[in-house]
Each structure stands twice: as C-alpha cells, then as structure tokens.
Design a binder for this molecule. Structure first.
Ligand code: UPG
Length: 465
C-alpha cells in the first residue's frame, strides 16, 4: 500500500539539510513524531548534495521500514560556483535556494488538505515562501541549540552588527538574551565576521525565524529552559519554542567510511582497556583535519600525557612524529581510526573523556553517556557551544574555546595538560556530567519534558487542542 492510499489524518513535509550533523536529529525527530501519533504521516524530501555523497544512503537506511514515512528524491541540481565557498554558510544557502522551484513543483504533486506543515532545517527557511503560496505553515527545526537561536535573533535585531568588523573580534563582551554569561566576541561563529557572504547568509536566515509557526530545537528543558524563558522575556513575539531533545541516533547507521572489520577492531580494542581510561578524539562528520604541524603536537601531547587514546583522524602516516606510530603499536595504549562509530565509542565503559570539536550532536551524545569534554571547536557555532559547555554547564574543560580554522597551532604541552585534567576523575566536570546524563535521559522518558513538548507540538500542528 502506498502512502497516498492511506487514509491519513495529517501530513508533514520535512526538508532536512544534507549532512550527517543536520540529518541525524531531523530523521530521529520524524520517527519520534510518527511513533507518538499513529495518524501523522511524514514525507521527507531528500536533497542530493555533491559534497555529501552518503547523505542519501543514510536517509534511506534510517527510514527503512517506517510505514508512516515516505521519501521523495528532489532532482539533482548544479552546485554553486566554487568561489562562493569563501563562506560555507553562503554556499549552502545559495545551493538550497536553487532548489526552491523543485521544492515547489514536488509539493504540488503531493499536495492535499492533509498537509499541515513544512518542517524546515534552518538553512532552508527561505522555503517558508513556498509554504505560504500553498497556505501551509512552516516550522523551523533547529539542529543546534537555543543559545545559537538567541545569537541568530540578536543578529536580526542588529544587536551584534557592531562586531562585524574583524578587528573587534577580541575586544567585546556581548549581552545575548538566552545566554546567561556575557559572550566574548571571539566565540561567535565565523559567519558573523565573514564579509564574503557569511554575515549576509546568517542575517537572511535569522530574518525569517519569526515567520515560522514554531521553532523546534534539539535540546531539553533542564539544559536550556532558562534560555528559552530569557528569550521570551526579551521578545514575546518569538514563535513558540519546543525543546524536543536530545534526538540521538543511538543505533549508529552503517557508514561507507567504516567497514565491519574495522568497526569490530575498534570495539575489541576498547574492550581490552580498563574502565574510563581512554580518551576519544573526534572532530565531527565533515572530515575536517588538522595540518601536519598540529597533528604532530597532538601526537606528542597524547604520548607525553600517558593517557590511553582512540583518535579519529585520516592523516597520512608520514605526518606523525618519528617513531610515534611504532611506539603506539608497541605500547598498545593507543589506536588511530578513520570514521569512528562514535555513539558506540562514547557508550563504551573504557571511555573516560572526549576531545571534541563541539558540534551539537557530539555534545548531546557525550552528555547522554556522561562523558566530559575537552573543547576544541573548529568552525560553525562550535566556539559558542564550547564556551557554554565550560562556563554555563560545567560539563567541559576548555582546551580552547576560541580556536578556529587558521588559528595558531596548539602546543603539545597544552594538550598534555588538558588531557590530564580531563581524565582526572576527581574533577568536578565528571560529577556534573553524570548529573547531566540523568537529566538528558529523563527528558525523553514517558512524561519527560521533551515528550510533553512533542505532544504539545502535535496538538498545535494538527489543531487538536
Ligand atoms: O568519525 C565520526 C565522526 C562523526 N560521527 C557522528 O557524526 C555526528 C556529527 O555531528 P556533530 O557533532 O553535530 O558535528 P558536525 O557534523 O560537524 O555538525 C554540524 O551540525 C551541527 C548541528 O547543527 C553543528 O552543531 C555543527 O557545528 C556542524 O558542524 C555525530 O552524531 C557523531 O556521532 C561519527 O559517528 N563518527
């Protein structure tokens, strides 16, 4: 039976951005909604993006055998010219805007009065206009957090326009409603300072947030309710915010970058290590790698710290300091892998700490498994996340909060110290992260804050209250 034969009550159209960091939570959310309401159907538009070849297979494997969810492939379009990559945000926005005619045409083919909303990734908010043409309201699905939402809304209010000038980057403290501490301008996303379209892209996106009927965020009440309250105190016109997380893909999907043998090898190695003795280093799904000199400093920092490690990186062998790889083999205290089965790794009892780029999914996964983070942000909104992990929530230690692509090399001694501090089990971050683990899990049990939020959202979407 095809979905069009089913007598559905209501249907949502999801348009997630391609890229694991955006897809994973959006697809989990689609599953959560349909599990919650057996009369709700979802159509997911699959975007093919040349830089993300496996986004497509990822969507298909996550949503296989979900009877209330159907997938529609959008046609492939030419990517924007390379020179737009001077701002990745502008590039992505331009790419997604070029899909608007196809989104419109595709909606037309499935349109019925059952379609009650578009659920748009934040990079897709210009598609609100398409919804409006068909009389369908849009909801923003934010794969990051309320702090980031606050930052975007401040942009819109032009409160932080003055930091647009790069020379101010190190010298300002900003009041952003929704973030409890004053925010140093050097932890703002790159896009805020980017004159090649980054600032314009963020501004354009932020401008549309208020045109949605609701803002759905992958966060939970115990973590960010105070941020939500502060936002409303500041501006009551903000659409309803629904904290529905943590939305995590705990199964871990098959990944073309990781074969079964390598997967098994990693877990076998972890099985052999003492409890909470291993630090895991991993810097996100985009395959961002450090330059050779930074790789060398990390290697030396690891070696001198004496801490066991699992390090996800794809550097060539010749980049490592002389004798490092041989030492690692001989001692058996470390392992290097390419793509890591991150969720399974963080869940493993041998893991005692995580050196992370502070992507939001990685942070939520780390909290879920009670693993403290040593922060090493690189791009996007990761510096802001790192700052809050350390200052606001106390579940991270700051190796750096303001590192970004192009920063100076972080020296081995600094890394060594950071690793030792992170792995000190008496440190307060270990206690705090255990408390956070409880809170994050409590949010998604029956009667938990996020599930209550999901119920409320479904009522609002389907107009059944
Ligand atoms: O070797 C790896 C690397 C990553 N992952 C998984 O990939 C996801 C990565 O997500 P995230 O930590 O959020 O990082 P990015 O992929 O970099 O995510 C993008 O999207 C996030 C959500 O909007 C933002 O917070 C980030 O800054 C942005 O870079 C996580 O689920 C990881 O478990 C693996 O399983 N193995």
């Amino acid at each position: 039976m095809s979905m069009s034969d089913i007598n559905k009550n209501s249907e949502l159209i999801f348009i997630p951005a391609p890229g694991i960091g955006h897809l994973a939570s959006a697809l989990e959310f689609a599953k959560l909604l349909t599990n919650h309401d057996k009369n709700l159907y979802i159509t997911v538009f699959c975007i093919k993006f040349p830089g993300m070849p496996f986004a497509d297979s990822y969507i298909k494997s996550v949503l296989a055998s979900q009877p209330q969810i159907q997938l529609i492939d959008l046609p492939e379009v030419e990517p924007p010219p390379q020179e737009l990559l001077k701002s990745p945000e502008f590039y992505i926005l331009t790419f997604l805007e070029s899909l608007i005619p196809h989104v419109k045409a595709t909606i037309k083919t499935i349109l019925s009065n059952k379609v009650v909303g578009l659920v748009l990734d934040f990079f897709c908010v210009s598609m609100i206009d398409v919804g409006n043409e068909f009389g369908i309201p849009s909801y923003l699905f934010l794969t990051s957090n309320v702090g980031f939402l606050s930052l975007m809304l401040s942009l819109k209010n032009r409160q932080i326009e003055e930091v647009f000038d790069d020379s101010d980057r190190d010298h300002q403290l900003l009041n952003i409603p929704g973030i409890s501490n004053q925010v140093p301008s050097n932890v703002l996303p790159d896009a805020c300072f980017n004159k090649d379209g980054g600032y314009i892209a963020y501004y354009k996106l932020a401008e549309r947030f208020r045109d949605t009927k609701g803002i759905i965020v992958n966060t939970f009440s115990d973590l960010e309710q105070s941020s939500i309250d502060a936002l409303y105190d500041h501006d009551e016109k903000i659409p309803p915010i629904y904290a529905v997380g943590p939305l995590l893909d705990l199964k871990g999907q098959p990944n073309p970058k990781l074969d079964q043998a390598q997967h098994d090898l990693i877990l076998k190695w972890l099985d052999e290590q003492p409890d909470k003795s291993v630090v895991f280093l991993c810097f996100g799904s985009m395959g961002v790698s450090f330059g050779p000199s930074q790789i060398r400093e990390i290697a030396l920092g690891l070696k001198h710290s004496g801490v066991r490690f699992l390090w996800s990186n794809s550097a060539e062998k010749k980049v490592f300091p002389e004798g490092f790889l041989e030492w690692m083999e001989l001692e058996g205290k470390g392992m290097i892998c390419g793509w890591a089965p991150q969720v399974e790794v963080l869940a493993h009892k041998a893991i005692g700490g995580f050196v992370s780029h502070c992507g939001w999914n990685s942070i939520l996964e780390s909290m879920w498994f009670g693993v403290p983070i040593l922060t090493w942000p690189i791009y996007a909104e990761q510096q802001l996340n790192a700052f809050r992990l350390v200052k606001e929530w106390g579940v991270g230690l700051g190796l750096r909060v303001d590192y970004r692509k192009g920063s100076d090399v972080v020296a081995a001694e600094e890394i060594e110290k950071g690793l030792k501090d992170l792995m000190d089990k008496d440190s307060i971050v270990h206690k705090k992260v255990q408390e956070m683990k409880e809170m994050s899990r409590n949010a998604v049990v029956d009667g938990g804050s996020s599930l209550i939020s999901v119920g409320k959202l479904i009522d609002d979407i389907t107009g059944s209250n």
